[in-house]
Design a protein around this ligand. Structure first.
Ligand code: ADP
Ligand code: ZN
Length: 723
């Protein structure tokens, strides 16, 4: 017998290497094909990968069990999987798993699409119910069981009886009608001169059909969405596909309507809570090209588009693009990688771009398109700081007199106010007045946050939750537990007490959730049915509240004290975004920032409206410290149920660290969250020069280091979000 073919197959399991399989006679497979492969005692899906099969005698190889009639992974996707795995040090199979989402559903879909049709044969026994079914089915068309039983008003057992007697037979259902296609020939809004110039560049870049990155750097309300929609229109006109990424699902809801107004049809939607059927349909649609536009959360980056011409990353600075669990990747950065692999244009849009992207623009790697003014002559809000050391509220209250007065004035004028505090719940800490005991999470080094609406104490790290006790668990004192510090629920209470006549609402992810509740709440705010909105950073994102003219930032600088060198940038972005909610229509807006440190460069830049000054100052500080993007960082977190084990392995790793030029290894030291979900965490930091290949360094290091044993886990994070 001649030697039969062998192939390399990558499996969606935590394995970096491909496995070699024999191809049984009669089966033809090519790289990218989705196959079923035996793995131990079970069978799993996998993808035929590129590369020579290892020199193994095929007689000893297990044969593939078959091929799945689903969209193959094109070469660009296979290179993306390789690239992401190589960069993040995640096993390739784990990255592949992200690229196969929706596939098992897609593969199963044909079975779901079977229905019944009349055969023309008559059943031996006639009943009124049977006759009704036959009347409905008389045209011979295939119908789903559900449709048939509903139309005839019978139970499914009647259908089963007719099948048993041969009067009905299984038949494939016609494919569902394709979703309406967005129409790029519909006219967009008339653009301002600045918008028009930026849009023209984006259209040019998209039409060039080659890789290029633009940073669309426009202040809040400058019309970034209108501008990048012109690039979307160009991709559609070319018959290519467009992917618009948003950091949060909540954001996509208003965008879908906006998109539909612009293009006459909604885009497809992809995120974690899209149901199985929806996922299968989107995956199939992007692969066969019938879906041209997709709005997606970060995981949409791994969809197998047939001909991707444009990727937009909206709010590109947002930390939600970084996945921390599993494969630690930043979808914004990987979007640029994918754009290169696809020969697509990439648009990074933000009112507060990341320092990384700004610096990439300065280095000429990205083209910066600036929209420095709001659309339609509406002006940027006037921003003032309230010095809480001198003009703060009395103890136990959180709204400074100047802010209270401003809200009162707004109420009298019938305008809306937003009180912003990026802390969910009622109070971040519960303390016993008698013995000083603090309520802590049993699994994490984190305080339990009181949530009064739910009457419970919750850990924001692991979601541990317990009902609020009446007595101190340490000293048993009754009524001695006190709430310390504010969360949004507490600010709401204070606002209600201050302004009993006002309509107050809270926008916070745990109170609202995504989806319909949120849409209704946003609607009410937009209509002006709410006077005071109390919100977490959820409100900083993408919504337009035309009647909102005052923003009060309650605790503007609480993150600034953190040791994290990225804290300043993040605080600046958040405050810039939230103050940008004020005054977007005809009504001018203003913002008051409560701070204990009015001289902090972040606060000063905000008050002065000096965006450029902030970026300059921040870039200088980072450059001086060799911090990203002027140097590179990676974190290795070693965790274990026992602290000693984590520490010992951390030290063993540190000893094994290779010496290399421009690389410093720091630690092990306690990770910022020293304990998380019952595991103690030690961290090593790699601080390297910009020219260093950090993933390569890490790979060499870990390959030579002792293996983790006995419940010890090692997680690598290249370019950590906080450091
Ligand atoms: P950004 O995303 O930069 O904050 P948007 O694209 O959301 O800004 O635009 C802000 C508001 O201004 C939206 O309500 C938008 O419809 C409106 N707008 C922007 N540009 C135009 C335009 N050229 N014609 C009409 N309306 C516009
Ligand atoms: Zn916890």
């Amino acid at each position: 017998m001649t030697q039969s073919a062998i192939v390399e197959v990558l499996l969606p399991v935590a394995l970096d290497r491909t496995l070699t399989y024999a191809v049984p006679d009669g089966l033809e497979v090519a790289p990218g094909d989705v196959v079923v492969a035996p793995l131990g005692a079970r069978a799993t899906m996998g993808v035929v990968w590129d590369g020579e099969g290892a020199a193994v005698e095929s007689a000893r190889l297990k044969p593939l069990a078959g091929r799945i009639a689903a969209a193959p992974l094109p070469p660009s996707m296979r290179r993306l999987v390789d690239w992401v795995a190589n960069y993040t040090l995640a096993p390739r199979g784990q990255v592949l798993r992200m690229a196969l989402r929706g596939l098992s559903e897609e593969a199963a879909a044909p079975a779901l699409r079977m229905g019944l049709r009349a055969t023309g044969a008559l059943p031996s026994r006639r009943t009124p119910a049977r006759d009704r079914v036959l009347a409905v089915a008389a045209d011979g068309a295939a119908r789903s069981k559900k449709e048939l039983s509903e139309a005839a008003g019978v139970s499914s057992s009647v259908l089963d009886g007719l099948v048993a007697e041969g009067a009905l037979a299984p038949a494939e259902l016609p494919p569902p009608p394709p979703p309406p296609r967005p129409d790029p020939s519909l006219p967009g809004p008339e653009l301002s001169r600045e918008q028009g110039a930026a849009a023209a560049r984006l259209v040019e870049m998209t039409a060039a059909r080659s890789f290029a990155v633009a940073l669309l750097d426009g202040v809040t309300g400058s019309g970034k969405t209108e501008v990048y929609c012109e690039a979307v229109a160009e991709a559609l006109r070319e018959g290519r596909q467009a992917l618009v990424m948003a950091p949060e699902i909540a954001l996509t809801v208003p965008f879908l309507d906006r998109f539909a107004r612009r293009f006459g049809a909604r885009p497809a939607v992809w995120h974690a809570s899209v149901g199985e059927k929806g996922r299968a349909a989107v995956r199939r649609g992007v692969a066969d090209g019938s879906i041209q536009a997709v709005v997606a959360a970060r995981s949409g980056l791994f969809l197998p588009f047939r001909d991707l011409g444009l990727i937009v990353v909206d709010e590109e600075h947002d930390a939600a693009y970084k996945q921390e669990d599993g494969v630690a990747y930043n979808a914004r950065d990987m979007a640029v990688v994918r754009g290169r692999l696809e020969g697509a244009a990439v648009v990074l849009a933000s009112a507060t771009p990341s320092l990384e992207s700004r610096v990439n623009a300065e280095r000429g790697r990205y083209e910066r398109l600036a929209l420095p003014a709001r659309y339609g002559g509406s002006v940027m809000p006037e921003i003032r700081a309230i010095d809480m050391r001198r003009a703060g509220p009395p103890r136990g209250e959180w709204l400074a007199p100047a802010l209270v007065a401003a809200v009162a004035k707004n109420l009298a004028a019938g305008e809306q106010s937003l009180l912003f505090l990026n802390r969910r719940g009622y109070a971040p800490l519960t303390l016993c007045r008698r013995c000083g005991h603090r309520m802590k999470c049993p699994n994490c080094s984190a305080w339990l946050v009181e949530h009064r609406f739910r009457a419970s104490l919750v850990c924001h790290q692991c979601a541990y939750s317990a009902s609020s006790p009446t007595a101190c668990p340490a000293c048993a004192a009754e009524n001695a537990l006190v709430a310390c510090g504010p969360g949004v629920e507490r600010i709401r209470d204070e606002a209600v007490a201050r302004f009993p006549e006002a309509r107050v609402t809270v926008l916070s992810s745990d109170l609202i959730g995504a989806g319909e509740r949120l849409s209704a709440e946003l609607d009410a705010i937009e209509r002006g049915a709410v006077d005071i909105v109390v919100g977490t950073q959820m409100v900083t994102k993408g919504h337009h509240f035309p009647k909102l003219t005052l923003v009060g930032a309650i605790d503007a600088d609480f993150a600034l004290g953190a040791a994290d060198p990225r804290a300043a940038e993040r605080t600046f972005q958040m405050l810039q975004q939230v103050t940008g909610r004020a005054g977007r229509a005809e009504l001018p807006g203003r913002a008051l920032i409560q701070t204990h440190d009015p001289d902090h460069p972040v606060i000063r830049a905000l008050v002065a409206g000096d965006r450029e000054g902030f970026y300059r100052h921040e870039a200088e500080a980072r450059a001086a410290a060799g911090m990203p993007p002027f140097g590179r960082l990676a974190a290795i977190v070693v965790s274990a149920p026992a602290r000693e084990a984590a520490e010992a392995h951390g030290r063993a790793l540190a000893r094994a660290a290779p010496k290399a030029e421009h690389v410093r290894v720091l630690g092990p030291a306690e990770a910022p969250l020293a304990m998380l979900r019952g595991r103690h965490r030690m961290r090593l930091l790699v601080h390297a020069g910009r020219e260093v290949d950090v993933p390569g360094y890490l790979r060499a290091w870990l390959a030579a280091a002792p293996a983790a044993r006995g419940g010890v886990r090692v997680a690598v994070d290249v370019d950590p979000q906080s450091f």
